[in-house]
Design a protein around this ligand. Structure first.
Ligand code: URA
Length: 318
């Protein structure tokens, strides 16, 4: 019976993975059930992680299940490095190594868009909390692009490449985002590209990324909102589940498969939800590309961009 439960859980997780979910909330009941199964050989690997995180979890700690590879558990807590290329599903916990103060409150001084943006960028890059959480020699990252952009792409957090260069989406996922933007008939400089987070969520290793905690995202959210207020885009595109959680708040029942391709609003601005480019790096099929592309067609239509027949039909064949 217990094997069946674990097999069912793994099936469900694999489905969620295919749908592009990066994090799955586990309630205490489920965790308890998993712990109860820990004597079973078949579930040992899964439960070992789960028990480990339960031990260190504080009441408000969030438990995630992630599609990652080789677990690297740090000395201090159960941080496990993600490797999106590999297929394993393991459980890990957000470490309690980051203490985040309440979100910053500020008012951008009056001025032109450029003056307001420069003030904000300076404020973000010198934010003591952001700086404190950036690893030595690495950079705080502020959004970039046109201050008159109609489209504001919002990702989750800088990764290894971004914290070196100090610009969002410059690594592999970023290169794919640039291709998507180009396929829409635009250049990167025509749109605005930002992240929920202004720093790469810290880990004790150089390898891999972990999703930001809700507390970390809450801290950075006023900075994102201020960028939106300056740019005043016609549309925000939320890239991936973490961006959605950051913008709309954590909802364990929300599934990317249900909300992607849907319009909602954030900061009084129409918000289109789509998969993160890294999902397409993992799931490099025409079917997956078409799904994301259809979301981009909706954005193009909404912003009254010309759409050629060729663009209309991208990724339909094969
Ligand atoms: N992924 C993101 O969500 N943001 C980046 O800047 C890079 C990768």
């Amino acid at each position: 019976m217990s094997q069946e439960i674990v097999a069912q859980l793994v099936r469900e997780l694999k489905l969620l993975k295919i749908e592009g979910e990066k994090d799955v909330y586990i309630g205490d009941d489920t965790l308890g059930t998993l712990e109860g199964l820990s004597s079973k050989k078949e579930s040992a690997a899964l439960v070992q992680e789960s028990a480990c995180e339960k031990k260190i979890a504080s009441p408000e700690a969030k438990t995630h299940i992630s599609k990652t590879s080789t677990p690297v558990v740090t000395k201090s807590s159960a941080v496990i490095v993600k490797d999106p290329v590999q297929e394993n599903i393991i459980v890990y916990d957000v470490p309690q190594l980051v203490q985040i103060p309440p979100p910053p409150q500020f008012e951008i001084p009056d001025g032109t868009k450029e003056e307001r943006y420069n003030w904000l960028k300076n404020r973000i890059l010198n934010c003591p909390v952001c700086k404190e959480h950036v690893r030595p020699g690495k950079k705080v990252v502020c959004g970039v692009g046109s201050l008159n952009a109609k489209i504001f792409f919002c990702g989750e957090a800088p990764g290894g490449d971004e914290e070196i260069i100090g610009e969002p989406f410059v690594g592999k996922a970023g290169q794919l985002l640039t291709k998507i933007i180009n396929a829409m008939g635009l250049q990167r400089s025509d749109v605005y590209i930002g992240n929920i987070m202004n720093w790469r969520p810290e880990m004790e290793t150089d390898v891999g990324n972990r999703p930001p905690t809700q507390q970390e995202m809450n801290f950075c959210l006023p900075y994102l909102k201020a960028q939106i207020a300056i740019v005043q885009p016609q549309v925000i595109v939320a890239l991936g589940a973490t961006a959605v959680h950051g913008l709309l708040g954590h909802d364990p029942k929300r599934r990317m498969a249900d909300v992607r391709g849907q319009w909602t609003t954030f900061a009084n601005t129409p918000l289109m939800i789509t998969f993160h480019p890294s999902y397409l790096l993992r799931n490099n099929t025409n079917k997956a590309k078409r799904v994301v592309w259809e979301d981009m067609l909706k954005v193009m239509e909404f912003t009254k961009m010309p759409i050629s027949e060729k663009q209309q039909n991208f990724f339909l064949e094969g």
